[in-house]
Every structure is written in C-alpha cells, then in structure tokens.
Ligand binder design. Structure first.
Ligand code: ATP
Ligand code: MG
Length: 255
C-alpha cells in the first residue's frame, strides 16, 4: 500500500509521522520505503542523512535523469529504504509544470520498485502543488495528521475538497484517514479538537493518538526516529500502534 502523509497546513507532524510510521512498519518486519517528497528534506535528515552530500535525490527521479532504483538508499534500520531529498526538489515543481502527464511522473517512476515493498510512505510538503498532486495520484491512502492545538475545521474541508477534485479529474483512487498528533490531555483545547474531529470524521479517525512529547521533537537532531531514540516514550508507543493499525486498513475507494 502507498500511504501519503499530507496536510497543506505546516507543522502538523507530517514528517514526524512519516518517519516514525515507516520505521515502526520496518521493525514489524515489513519491507518499507519512505519517499521524502519535501524540498525541506526533513525526513532525509531525520533518518540521519546529510542533505549536502547526497549524490542523487527524488529530484533526479522526477526530472527523469535517474531511475528510482538508482536513488534508493538503505537506512540504518533494517528493512527501511529511503528515496532522499534536498532543496534541489524545489526546482522539480517548476520543471514538471511543462512536462506532459506532469501529475503522474512519480507514480510511473516508482512503479518498477514498489512491489519490492510491503508499505510505501510518502512525506509531502506543506502545500498543494505539483509535488503533492504527484503523491496523491500515487496513493492508496492519504494519512492526514491533525495537530490538537488549533481548530482544524478551518483547513480540513478545503483539503478534502481538493482530494475529491484529484479523484475525479486525475482519475486517482485513494481513501483517507486522520491521525491526531501533539495531543495533550491536560489541555481543554486538545480534548475539544479530538471531540470535534471525531464528531465530523467518525470512522476515518484512527484509534492511535500521538501525544505531545519533547523527546519526539528532540529526536531529529540526533538523526534518529523518535521510536528508536526513546522507544518507551508514549508517543513512540502510539506510532507502533499506528503502524499495526494501518497494516489492517482496507482502503474503501470513494467514488
Ligand atoms: P512541515 O509542514 O514544515 O513539513 P510537518 O507537518 O512535517 O512540518 P513536523 O516537522 O513533523 O511537521 O513537526 C513540526 C514540529 O513539531 C517539529 O519541530 C517536530 O519535532 C514537532 N513535533 C512533531 N510531533 C511532535 C510530538 N508528538 N510532540 C512534540 N513535538 C512534535
Ligand atoms: Mg515536514
């Protein structure tokens, strides 16, 4: 299954979720690929790679100068591979705009390698541009991290409308799930956001809820996923639960 971690709002926990979910899935014994589709390259550094020293990146895949198999890196986590990115990827957005079939370049590029993996996780940038559209048409499932710190209802309906448009106009077929992140049970705001999201999105809200944790925020500075940096932390535990929960999800493809 190909899972894109997406929210056009910045800082909602997309990269933290993508990195920890992919790591937890690999630890479960499933061969996993994480695709860093954000020019910020946060998933790449979060897995301990130095962005400046990469010899090829997702940019080369999208500009069709390298095959995906040539860009694949093994990570220090057994069974977890990475397609890394750095700021070069910002150029792909501009270059793709004049490419025929510009929304389908990623899907075609990863199709020769995707069967090697049981789970593919794509970390999206915080906007809806061509990179994100490429992720959406490649996906079976869109995982939307919602931060429990502000009312999400302002942004979510727009995102869902865009997803509907992509399904119908770009002939894509994906379902979605919502994951609550940075939950702090001591605050009334966190509890209200949880209640509001559950009321509005019902069964599309995953049972795992990621608590706020300073250790999760610290982990990328060590080049390690939080679940390896502090395995017994409650947020790490929830990311392991999430990995198992997602392996059970059968995407209902909305018409
Ligand atoms: P962007 O939109 O810039 O790509 P993002 O949605 O990928 O951001 P992250 O980078 O994962 O979000 O997280 C934003 C910030 O919140 C980071 O500093 C991260 O370390 C921190 N963070 C993420 N999850 C948690 C958590 N559960 N507890 C505490 N801090 C967290
Ligand atoms: Mg990010």
């Amino acid at each position: 299954m190909i899972v894109s971690v997406l929210n056009n709002k910045g800082g909602t926990g997309k990269t933290t979720t993508a990195v920890n979910l992919a790591t937890a899935t690999a630890i479960e014994g499933k061969k996993t690929l994480i695709v860093d589709l954000d020019p910020q390259g946060n998933a790449t550094t979060g897995l301990g790679f130095e962005k400046a020293t990469l010899s090829s990146t997702v940019y080369n895949i999208l500009s069709q100068s390298r095959k995906a198999a040539e860009v694949l890196l093994n990570t220090r986590i057994e069974k977890l591979s990475l397609l890394p990115s750095n700021l070069d990827l910002a150029g792909a957005e501009v270059e793709l705009s004049s490419t025929p079939g510009r929304e389908y370049v990623l899907r075609e590029a990863i199709s020769p390698i995707k069967d090697q993996f049981e789970q593919v996780v794509i970390d999206c940038p915080p906007n809806i541009g061509l990179l994100t559209l490429n992720a959406l048409v490649s996906s079976d499932l869109v995982l939307i991290p919602v931060q429990c710190e502000f009312y999400p209802m302002e942004g979510l309906p727009t995102l869902l409308k865009v997803m509907d448009l992509v399904r119908s106009r770009l002939k894509a077929a994906f379902d979605y799930r919502i994951i609550l992140t940075m939950y702090d049970r001591r605050t009334a705001l966190s509890r209200r956001v949880m209640q509001q999201v559950n009321e509005n999105f019902g069964e599309r809200v995953l049972k795992s809820v990621i608590p706020r944790s300073v250790r999760m925020a610290e982990a990328p500075s060590k080049g390690l996923p939080g679940i390896l940096y502090r395995p017994r932390n409650p947020a790490s535990e929830q990311y392991r639960v999430l990995a198992k929960e997602l392996l059970q999800v059968q995407p209902l493809v909305a018409a």
